[in-house]
Design a protein around this ligand. Structure first.
Ligand code: SF4
Ligand code: SF4
Ligand code: FES
Length: 573
């Protein structure tokens, strides 16, 4: 039901049941918020969104207060502005003031609010919070002195990621946010997804940087410097550098990377095509064995850690195929080493990715051989953009170049794996092609592509009915478990930690990661509609690798190297 309310002496339409904030935003009136996150129940904790309502003594929080028909609201009265300003001044009173050195400089909401509220002097001084820097995690740094206790990280970790690795600890002035028993992050149940980093309004949480080590190794003349990058990296870099993305930019990125000092450049998408091929073979085997249990895809490293900690019972069902990043890393340290005639330890192998958990994955047991890692450093898209800026390259005036052989191409199926449901779809399409010798109609996959945190679909391939489940964000696991408890059986289950898939990865540009996830997915689907090279089995790059290069290489000829194992992990809760 629609009714009229008065805002700043003007009439606007509001809807029964919505909050004041929602009515204001729908009518183009913007007020600041801090603790609020879209799609979460409001807590009213920070009071940044206060407005004046005629007849009420106290200011009310617009994010949590439902709108009522009689309301006359003032959103920017002197009283309201003073209240908001005081909140920010109090937050700043014990803040470290090191904006210039802060990871979130120019992306910080506290900085933006101080600017918007025209705060030009420090009126309040409180005792600075004792600096505490927790760098123990392989992926995420915590700077406690920058935390403004908004609680966003706690909520996202508990309500969306369901890992509950962060909570409010202690009371009163000692209150802070941290893992159980106030231990360092590496002792916690954190799965390194980085979704808390994305929602943190300040520099209290950020990725662990590898820029310095990359720079150092780039200057080492004794090493062969190699980089692989995931399909979403080029568009993310374009976004970070303020350039309109088109697919030609992928080739421009190759030239940029060469100018920086990388001597060999590969696409991680080739590794994804191998991953799809190997998972398809595993699924085919399971189906032929008439196995009654599902095969869980293991390409998302945060999901794998989650399963090791919280669902050890499914570990025997988790696909043992390594992730695209690690497979590409293996090919770099074997095939590329052989071709370039250098020892693997003389190759410095970097991966650029939208995923933060891959920093952790590269250091897992089983991802090293004879003490040599397949991937030496992992950089987020944001870090790579910083590195590019550091080298002062004019990206608008540069000739495009191809990636290097032999990992020189990817199919649209590999790009699809960056979207939730995409890897499962690519596996089923590959299986369909191998059995029917024709392509499955894309319409069949509609149910896997969108619609909530849990999706399912069945496919008849030859004589067999194959059931597939897609868990889009770990919050969907509950629905999967309920469905399985009610007797439903699946043959293939894809789980992605970040909602929407890697298109919502925590290593993508801060500015747009949430809003852009739909358009990123759309771009990938569109490419898949038009690309002729839409399955790994059609890819000349892959055929060359499987039929020749991998087969003929002594170290990896039996392909055992593409597989790993997973073990139960004990965590403090
Ligand atoms: S990285 Fe993910 S699991 Fe770890 S604390 Fe942040 S949201 Fe939770
Ligand atoms: S770490 Fe960041 S998101 Fe978490 S409570 Fe502190 S400021 Fe908020
Ligand atoms: S944004 Fe409304 S109370 Fe924090």
């Amino acid at each position: 039901m629609l009714f009229t309310i008065q805002v700043n002496n003007k009439k606007i339409k509001a809807e029964k049941g919505e909050t004041i904030l929602s009515a204001l935003n729908r009518n183009g009136i913007i007020i600041p918020t801090l603790c609020r996150m879209k799609e979460f129940t409001p807590t009213g904790a920070c009071r940044m969104c206060v407005v004046e309502v005629e007849g009420r003594d106290r200011l009310v929080t617009a994010c949590s207060q439902p709108v009522e028909e009689w309301m006359k609201i003032k959103t920017h009265s002197p009283r309201v502005i003073t209240a908001r300003k005081t909140i920010v001044e109090l937050l700043l009173s014990n803040h470290p003031d090191d904006c210039l050195y802060c990871d979130k400089n120019l992306n910080c909401e506290l900085q933006r609010l101080s600017e918007e509220l025209n705060i030009r002097e420090r009126r309040m001084r409180a005792k600075k919070i004792r600096p505490r820097l927790d760098q123990s995690s392989p992926a995420i740094v915590r700077e406690l002195s920058k935390c403004i206790l908004c609680g966003r990280c706690v909520r996202v970790c508990e309500e969306i990621i369901t890992s509950t690795s962060l909570d409010f600890l202690n009371k009163g002035s000692q209150t802070h946010v941290g893992p159980a028993m106030d231990r360092d992050f590496n002792f916690s149940s954190c799965i390194h997804c980085g979704q808390c980093v994305l929602v943190c309004p300040t520099g209290a949480l950020h990725e662990k940087h590898n820029i310095n080590e990359v720079q150092e190794y780039l200057n080492n003349p004794e090493l062969l410097k190699v980089i692989q990058y995931s399909p979403l990296v080029a568009s993310g870099i374009a976004e970070e550098l303020g350039i309109k993305y088109n697919r030609e930019f992928d080739r421009i990125l190759n030239s940029i990377l060469r100018k920086i000092g990388f001597e060999k450049i590969f696409t991680t998408g080739t590794g994804t095509d191998i991953c799809i091929t190997e998972v398809t073979a595993q699924l085919k085997e399971e189906i032929e064995r008439k196995s009654k249990t599902p095969l869980y895809i293991s390409a998302c490293p945060a999901w794998v850690k989650y399963a090791e900690q919280f669902m050890p019972e499914i570990l025997p069902l988790l696909s043992t195929v390594k992730s695209p990043q690690q497979i590409t890393g293996i090919l770099i340290k074997t095939l590329v080493a052989e071709q370039a005639d250098v020892r693997p330890e003389k190759i410095y192998s970097v991966s650029a990715t939208p995923c933060m958990a891959m920093k952790f994955e590269a250091r897992r047991d089983g991802m090293m051989r004879k003490g040599i890692s397949d991937v030496d450093s992992v950089m987020t898209v944001r870090e790579l953009a910083r590195l590019i800026r550091l080298y002062g390259i004019d990206v608008t005036n540069i000739e495009p170049e191809p990636v290097d052989e032999p990992m020189s191409g990817l199919t649209s199926a590999a790009a699809l794996a960056e979207v939730s449901g995409g890897l499962a779809e690519a596996v089923i399409r590959s299986l369909w092609f191998s059995i029917n010798n024709n392509e499955a109609d894309r319409q069949l996959f509609k149910k896997l592509r969108s619609g909530g945190s849990f999706r399912e679909a069945s496919f008849r391939i030859g004589e067999t009915e194959i059931s597939v489940a897609v868990v889009d964000g770990l919050i969907g696991l509950e629905k999967l478990k309920n469905s399985q408890a009610s007797g439903k059986k699946y043959d293939l289950v894809e789980v992605m930690t970040c909602q929407g898939g890697c298109v919502n990865g925590a290593g993508l540009p801060y500015s747009s990661v949430k809003d852009e996830k739909k358009s990123r997915a759309k771009m990938i689907y569109h490419a898949d509609e038009t690309d002729a090279l839409n399955l790994p089995c059609k890819s000349p790059v892959l055929l060359n690798l499987y039929d020749k290069l991998i087969k003929e290489n002594k170290e990896i000829g039996d392909r055992k190297i593409f597989f790993t194992h997973f073990e139960k992990r004990n965590v403090l809760l």
